[in-house]
Design a protein around this ligand. Structure first.
Ligand code: SF4
Length: 146
């Protein structure tokens, strides 16, 4: 898959640049499909509406944001994600998405450094997706300027 290779290349370039950013300038961005599809919490309007039940990874993403003091944001669409990434306070991004979305997003926000974490899709695309939090945290530690 070409988008897979583009994401790999983008991550390689970000690592080659040895990007470092302060916690408050790092954004973890993730898609709405990570939310458990039966959850009634309206996290699109406000992430803090998540009740942190642990049924999906939204809880873990909020908590990793709190642990490191980084920005976390849910993007309900590609255009919104790009707008969020282009915010002046954001110097580096850890983005969770499928290969296709990551590929398009990484190219759209260049030269802003992005580390892409491809989501897991045990239920097929776009529904009840998942993310390897260990991989995400490793990426975060790589770019975090302590
Ligand atoms: S962690 Fe629980 S409350 Fe939060 S979005 Fe997921 S299912 Fe909903």
């Amino acid at each position: 898959m070409i988008s897979d290779k583009v994401v790999g290349f983008g991550n390689w370039v970000t690592r080659l640049r040895k990007v470092k950013a302060k916690a408050e300038n790092i954004l973890i961005l993730f898609p709405h499909c990570l939310q458990w599809s039966k959850c009634q919490c309206n996290i699109i309007s406000n992430l803090s509406n998540c009740k942190k039940c642990g049924r999906c990874k939204i809880k873990d993403l909020i908590e990793i944001g709190e642990k490191y003091g980084v920005q976390v944001s849910l993007a309900s669409g590609g255009r919104q994600a790009i707008k969020r990434v282009k915010d002046g306070t954001v110097k580096a991004v850890i983005a969770v998405a499928c290969e296709k979305e990551l590929c398009m997003g990484m190219m759209a926000v260049m030269p802003k450094p992005v580390l892409g974490v491809v989501n897991l899709r045990p239920n097929g695309p776009c529904v009840d997706t998942d993310v390897d939090m260990k991989k995400l945290e490793e990426g975060l530690k790589e770019i975090l300027d302590k």
